[in-house]
Design a protein around this ligand. Structure first.
Ligand SMILES: NC(=O)c1ccc[n+]([C@@H]2O[C@H](COP(=O)([O-])OP(=O)(O)OC[C@H]3O[C@@H](n4cnc5c(N)ncnc54)[C@H](O)[C@@H]3O)[C@@H](O)[C@H]2O)c1
Ligand SMILES: O=C(O)C1=N[C@H](C(=O)O)CCC1
Length: 252
């Protein structure tokens, strides 16, 4: 039985995972942490991770970028493995993730779904063929109107996957409104749409001369991400220090 601390337990993802864990005989949420006090759960909830005294194997985090520094400090100190799903981290925070992974197991992924993780792999093959032929690469993501970070962590991860497959460096362009110039060939454009209850859509467009190839992933429910996070927690429990991602958990 894997014992989990659910960080951000009263949020949308925290609650989906709470419901999923209730019917999973292999995993139990032993405590939750949330800045918002609400009696939603049948496990104890703490306002701050430092106050959490539950014995656990792993933390699952779906909270807020502002909460991640403190969480990483606590996980390092306790040598507690952490599945880090929160997006919108700064460059300094990404560096802190790498430092924390020297002392404890850290699995960070902007998207816990099988589909997006497979898409990253497929895109690398496509980019190797299409970018040198002059195809322009653009990413469009769409999410619900409650999302605070933009562009999505997934859009950045998809751009990183494209960049990682190519010999030259491509610059990320998020906003063309202030520019009066043509697109540079070594750009990856990233656009964010926010509205309604859209769970999550990512489109990657390769636009060439007289032809366009598009790859698209659509999430129809948040359960998709919860399922990946639960699988990641089971994988990470008992692991030693190191940096892990979803390619360690799912066979691609
Ligand atoms: N990796 C993925 O697959 C994936 C999927 C969905 C969402 N996300 C990301 O997960 C995060 C949460 O998403 P959500 O839709 O559940 O958001 P949400 O706003 O519904 O929930 C976040 C919860 O975190 C709590 N919180 C804020 N500060 C805290 C702190 N200091 N300590 C503990 N709890 C704190 C909030 O009170 C809230 O209940 C976002 O960054 C989102 O982009 C990632
Ligand atoms: O709902 C969200 O918020 C999501 N965030 C992740 C991201 O920023 O990529 C994954 C998709 C859902």
């Amino acid at each position: 039985m894997v014992k989990v601390i659910m960080h951000g337990c009263n949020g949308k993802m925290g609650q989906v995972i709470t419901r999923m864990a209730a019917s999973d005989p292999e995993l139990k949420i032993v405590a939750g942490v949330d800045a918002r006090a609400q009696a939603l759960n049948d496990y104890p909830v703490f306002g701050d991770i430092s106050d959490c005294d539950a014995e656990a194997d792993v933390v699952i985090d779906f909270s807020n970028a502002a909460a991640v520094d403190h969480l990483l400090d606590w996980c390092q100190e306790k040598q507690m493995p952490v599945v880090l799903c929160t997006t919108g981290l700064s460059e300094e925070q990404l560096k802190k993730v790498e430092d924390a992974a020297k002392r404890t197991a850290v699995l960070k992924s902007a998207n816990m779904s099988l589909g997006v993780n497979l898409l990253m792999k497929l895109l690398q093959d496509a980019a190797k063929v299409l970018a040198p032929e002059g195809f322009d690469m653009e990413i469009v993501e769409r999410h619900h109107n409650q999302k605070v970070d933009a562009p999505s962590g997934t859009a950045i991860a998809l751009a990183d996957a494209l960049n990682g497959a190519l010999e030259e460096d491509y610059e990320y362009v998020y906003d063309r409104s202030g520019q009066r110039k043509k697109r540079d060939s070594h750009e990856i454009g990233i656009s964010a749409v926010r509205g309604g209850t859209i769970v999550g859509e990512h489109e990657v467009i390769f636009a060439g001369e007289d032809e366009v190839i598009e790859f698209k992933h659509t999430a129809y429910s948040k359960a998709l991400f919860a399922k990946g996070a639960v699988a990641a927690a089971k994988f990470l429990a008992g692991k030693g220090p190191g940096r892990y991602d979803m390619s360690d958990v799912i066979q691609l």
